[in-house]
Ligand binder design. Structure first.
Ligand SMILES: C[C@](O)(CO)[C@H](O)COP(=O)(O)OP(=O)(O)OC[C@H]1O[C@@H](n2ccc(N)nc2=O)[C@H](O)[C@@H]1O
Ligand SMILES: Nc1ncnc2c1ncn2[C@@H]1O[C@H](COP(=O)(O)OP(=O)(O)OP(=O)(O)O)[C@@H](O)[C@H]1O
Length: 309
């Protein structure tokens, strides 16, 4: 535990979910260094909390899972979110943000982005700004491609850098297991490895060769139906080969979960967390037991960032 906060009158607490990309189709590298995506985000029931309380100046504290891996200065994504929202309204970010982490750090589950999203909502309420959901998402998009989605939750198609969202219908609950790896993977390094593997597999202009990414209609229908067997047949992550190339041990983890009864396995986002879709709660518990103490069970879809008591 680091610098745990004392409870403060008038504080606003926001609970915010992690995500898994059930489809992550990556286009060619753009001149600005980003890649166009067609990704389907699914919010999962692993949550961080961010408590925003009045303070003379911006201050960050944190407790919980993996907090030694996150900065407690102005570079923390939640701090940057508070500063960006304040600047938009001509304010100083006079807030103490206390982050309670349960989402794996640097695990490909958008933990930092979730904290930024939670900070936006919490500061909006603390400062009485009344910003619209669209406005918060737009400030979020300036901070990172993954920041708008945790504000929305549920499931959504992400296009552009992944920040332009279209909500999707989900017709039931899906049982997931997440195998959290020791040590994170850097998102830019994984995208870079994806480019490198593609260059190795072909020649000429990389951007010209990669097809434009598009949503898989079968996957959208599988989500709508709520059928885990249908969804399992559609899971796809273009960054998986790159994550496995950088961390070859992930292949064994993916195999172990599948042998324990998962309908399908994939790397979550840029990894290294591995995600397993189970047919039911009992099988999910069995897969988690097989994978060991670092495995987490979670239901999806989860609601987006929410103010809680
Ligand atoms: C892998 C995913 O988690 C899938 O949702 C996201 O694409 C990553 O989103 P993020 O962590 O919010 O990433 P950002 O902070 O926007 O970008 C960090 C770096 O990741 C790479 N990046 C990110 C998003 C994107 N569409 N193309 C990229 O190439 C770029 O090198 C960029 O400089
Ligand atoms: N509030 C925060 N929580 C977690 N990491 C943060 C935070 N602020 C900054 N970071 C830094 O961001 C980096 C990525 O951490 P994060 O947990 O967001 O990774 P991730 O889940 O792989 O992200 P994504 O899935 O969006 O690519 C880490 O190096 C971490 O130190």
């Amino acid at each position: 535990m680091r610098n745990q906060a004392d409870p403060v009158d008038g504080a606003v607490t926001v609970r915010v979910p992690a995500k898994v990309n059930v489809q992550l189709s990556v286009g060619g590298r753009r001149p600005d260094g980003f890649h166009d995506l067609a990704t389907v985000f699914l919010a999962v029931g692993l949550y961080d909390r961010v408590v925003a309380a009045p303070a003379p100046e911006l201050r960050i504290t944190a407790e919980g899972l993996g907090v030694d891996g996150i900065p407690l200065d102005g570079t923390n994504l939640a701090a940057r979110a508070a500063a960006a929202l304040a600047a938009r309204y001509g304010l100083e970010p006079r807030v103490h943000l206390h982050i309670v982490k349960d989402i794996p750090v640097a695990g490909g589950m958008a933990g930092g982005s979730a904290d930024a999203a939670a900070a936006l909502l919490a500061c909006d309420r603390l400062w009485g700004l009344g910003a619209s959901a669209q406005e918060l998402r737009s400030v979020g998009a300036q901070l990172g491609s993954d920041v708008p989605f945790p504000l929305l939750g549920g499931a959504a198609l992400g296009t552009g850098r992944g920040d332009v969202l279209t909500p999707l219908e989900v017709g039931g609950s899906f049982h997931w297991v997440f195998a959290v790896a020791d040590g994170g993977l850097s998102t830019p390094a994984v995208y870079g490895e994806c480019d490198r593997l593609r260059r190795e597999g072909g020649d000429g202009d990389l951007a010209g060769q990669v097809p434009e990414p598009a949503a898989d209609p079968g996957l959208v229908e599988a989500l709508r139906s709520g059928d885990p067997y249908a969804l399992a047949g559609c899971l796809a992550n273009d960054l998986q080969a790159a994550a496995v190339s950088l961390r070859p041990g992930l292949a064994d983890t993916l195999d172990a979960g599948t042998e324990a009864g998962a309908l399908a396995a994939l790397v979550s986002g840029s990894g290294p967390t591995c995600a397993f879709l189970a047919p039911d709660a009992d099988t999910a518990a069995k897969i988690a037991a097989t994978l060991g103490p670092a495995a987490r069970v979670a239901l999806a879809p989860a609601p987006g960032a929410t103010v809680v008591d």
